[in-house]
Design a protein around this ligand. Structure first.
Ligand code: AMP
Length: 286
């Protein structure tokens, strides 16, 4: 059976009800589309662990700020469906914003119920420059969970803060599913795959490569015995191309998400930086 695109919530639910009656395990891979091998790795993992796999493709308006790239975000639905088909996913759920949020509502918390993740997890890293972003993410992901009712949901470690926030949401709201975290997939030269890489000019791409190189440099220095995060920070900055504008390079305990001043095992090193107008994120765990 080839992968079908379903735009309608009730039609997804009908499939899910049939699957549950047959006792099948359901996996959900939430995405914004423009699928690449990073997304493919999540879908493959879902296929390994589940009987039925739903890939959602939804550029979620409520997680974009007013000056962000919602309108120009790449939309390649038929190509996405073909990849999902090749990987054996069952459904691509691609709702419109109206289907997800209703006809007559303003897409803000004046009119809509939002999920607000804890302030301590939101007021740092990407949340600092993207106010409201993680409320939008948590809200849409909870909606997707309620629509698809998966046993497992698959997320990339590429978005480490998002992963941490969503794992907390599952725990705090007693959601009956397990989040599976999947490693970052990179190009051969080290650049982390991202749908936003399509925005990069050849020169910007060259500069952007120094983001993963900076993380590698931190890893190398750490392996040589340097644990002071100020020194590791400087080592990373020295590797970054002059055309890369760092927004943050932060060291956090990946268990608690607390900031650390001494790097050790399981320290998350997260970076956000701009190459031209394109904002990119990447991270490693030491
Ligand atoms: P997005 O479409 O960017 O919202 O991403 C959908 C999911 O794919 C998220 O869980 C991301 O963390 C994951 N993802 C994006 N890029 C990568 C990558 N390079 N490697 C692994 N997972 C990724």
């Amino acid at each position: 059976m080839s992968t079908v695109i379903i735009n309608n919530i009730n039609d997804v639910r009908k499939n899910v009800i049939d699957w549950k009656k047959s006792g099948l395990k359901i996996g959900l891979v939430p995405t914004m589309g423009a699928l690449h091998n990073g997304h493919a790795s999540l879908i493959k993992k879902a296929k390994e662990m589940c009987d039925k796999v739903v890939v959602s493709v939804f550029v979620n308006p409520i997680q974009f700020g007013p000056n962000e790239d919602y309108d120009k975000y790449p939309r390649t639905l038929e190509k996405d469906r073909e990849l999902c088909d090749k990987l054996g996913a069952d459904i691509v759920f691609a709702p419109t914003p109206k289907e997800m949020y209703g006809e007559n509502k303003k897409l803000s918390n004046t009119d809509l119920t939002f999920v607000c993740p804890p302030y301590n997890l939101v007021d740092c890293l990407c949340g600092k420059s993207r106010p409201g972003h993680f409320d939008g993410v948590a809200t849409v992901v909870l909606k997707l969970f309620n629509i698809v009712t998966p046993d497992y949901a698959f997320f990339g470690q590429k978005d480490a803060q998002q992963l941490f926030i969503l794992k907390n949401m599952v725990k705090d709201l007693n959601l009956n599913l397990t989040i599976i975290s999947c490693p970052i997939v990179r190009e051969d030269d080290g650049l982390a795959l991202s749908s936003r890489n399509t925005y990069l000019s050849p020169d910007e791409r060259k500069s952007a490569l120094t983001i993963s190189k900076a993380l590698k440099q931190i890893e190398l220095s750490y392996k040589q015995g340097i644990t002071d995060t100020n020194i590791l920070f400087d080592a990373a900055i020295s590797v970054l191309d002059k055309n890369i504008e760092p927004e943050y390079i932060e060291f956090r305990n990946f268990e608690t998400f607390e900031k650390v001043t001494e790097a050790k095992q399981n320290t998350l090193v997260a970076i956000a930086a701009r190459a031209g107008k394109t904002r990119l994120i990447d991270n490693i765990i030491l």
